[in-house]
Design a protein around this ligand. Structure first.
Ligand code: ADP
Ligand code: MG
Length: 366
């Protein structure tokens, strides 16, 4: 369990945030300079907040009420925190085993047993006596993980741990981390720039900017129902539009919106005719429809016609750019390759797509 409520003022930057979690894996997303590393440093005890509280597993790490002259700051070595740095920070002259055992407390037998368990868990069997400089970067990062876990910490912090690694290794390390999380059942807080990483790993996702948390919630909430335009941009919603409320029909769970680009139906939300609103839909939530297909009544499926202006392979599918107005393009759509094949897509083709009412979300203007 983790509870953070801190304030810290630097000359040109203020951190002011609250975050609480059980034993989830939390991904911290946010632009560079948002305060992510500072937050991890505070939990680890490497930096003292001006005021607030930090509790991990019901143990107070920091406490200083607003206005109090003195606080209580537990020194780093008395906190049960595992920390994995971006650049691993391993000891180059030591072996894998020596690196893992470094910082271990408790009896020698117990520690060796623990190290052996971690060597297995993190796929390091056979490499124990190697110098860490003789390892690949993925292996080094697994040693760093093992070293952070040898003390059986109450929380694990990772600061962009996989950002220097190539895609294939990153994917494997993500699975390693999920295995660690299942075995240890402790909160894991991980900073990442990678949206895919945050959405595969983050049971909880916290989006940070300018020292604040803009939104925190389950991955579904944050990725599919971002609260504001800023969060929506940050989590890759891509299709974000402005419009004006044209009709409000709570009894039909319906909001008709005259968009600046096109008209759509959204799920009901309390507002008044004429209000300016912002709405959005994720690229993977837009589907292609067969030309001329009759879709539902009252236009709730928001069928739009457009021309395919660009088609870029992405992962196991394609990212499509569809032009429905005079602009270069208006919609970004992600589809699996088999759908692209089925529709025989080529650049220049006329397409119909549906922005299903339930997949459209109302956003708050920042
Ligand atoms: P992130 O990890 O999200 O990129 P950081 O937490 O490293 O961001 O930094 C957030 C802001 O806090 C930056 O503007 C940085 O200049 C400022 N900052 C961090 N540590 C200090 C410090 N010790 N003194 C002054 N400013 C700091
Ligand atoms: Mg950082």
């Amino acid at each position: 369990m983790l509870e953070v409520q801190v304030k810290k003022k630097f000359r040109s930057f203020t951190l002011d945030l609250e975050l609480s979690a059980g034993n989830e894996l939390i991904c911290l997303l946010g632009p560079s300079g948002a305060g992510k590393t500072t937050l991890l440093h505070m939990v680890a005890g490497l930096m003292e907040p001006d005021e607030g509280l930090i509790r991990v597993n019901n143990k107070s790490y920091f406490q200083k009420p607003a206005g109090a002259r003195r606080g209580r700051q537990l020194p780093p070595y008395r906190r049960r925190v595992g920390y994995v740095f971006q650049n691993y920070a391993l000891f180059p002259h030591l072996t894998v085993n020596q690196n893992i055992l470094f910082g271990a407390k408790g009896s020698m037998d117990e520690t060796r047993q623990e190290a052996s368990y971690l060597v297995n868990l993190l796929r390091l069997r056979g490499l124990e006596q190697r110098k860490v400089t003789e390892l690949s970067s993925g292996q080094q990062q697994r040693v760093a993980l093992a070293r952070a876990l040898i003390t059986r910490p109450d929380i694990l912090l990772l600061d962009e741990p996989f950002s220097n690694l190539d895609e294939l290794i990153r994917r494997k390390l993500r699975l390693d981390l999920l295995r660690v999380h299942r075995d240890f059942r402790i909160p894991i807080m991980m900073v990442t720039h990678d949206l895919e990483e945050a959405s595969t790993l983050g049971e909880m996702v916290a989006v940070m900017d300018s020292g604040r948390i803009l939104q925190v919630g389950t991955r579904e909430e944050v990725f599919y129902c971002p609260r504001s335009r800023r969060v929506a941009r940050f989590v890759g919603m891509k299709n974000i539009f402005d419009g004006r409320v044209a009709e409000v029909k709570p009894e039909e769970n319906l909001l008709k919106v005259a968009g600046d680009k096109f008209n759509v139906c959204l799920p009901y939300h309390p507002c008044r005719v004429g209000d300016r609103i912002v709405f959005g839909i994720r690229p993977e939530n837009i589907s292609l429809v067969r030309n001329g297909a009759e879709l539902g009544k009252r236009g709730e499926n928001n069928v739009l016609k457009g021309r395919l202006v660009e088609m870029i392979p992405e992962g196991p599918g394609y990212r499509l750019f569809l032009k429905t107005t005079a602009d270069t393009y208006d919609l970004e759509i992600l589809i699996p390759s088999r759908i692209a094949l089925k529709h025989q897509l080529t650049v220049g083709k006329e397409l119909s797509v549906t922005l299903r009412k339930t997949a459209l979300h109302l956003l708050r203007e920042d």
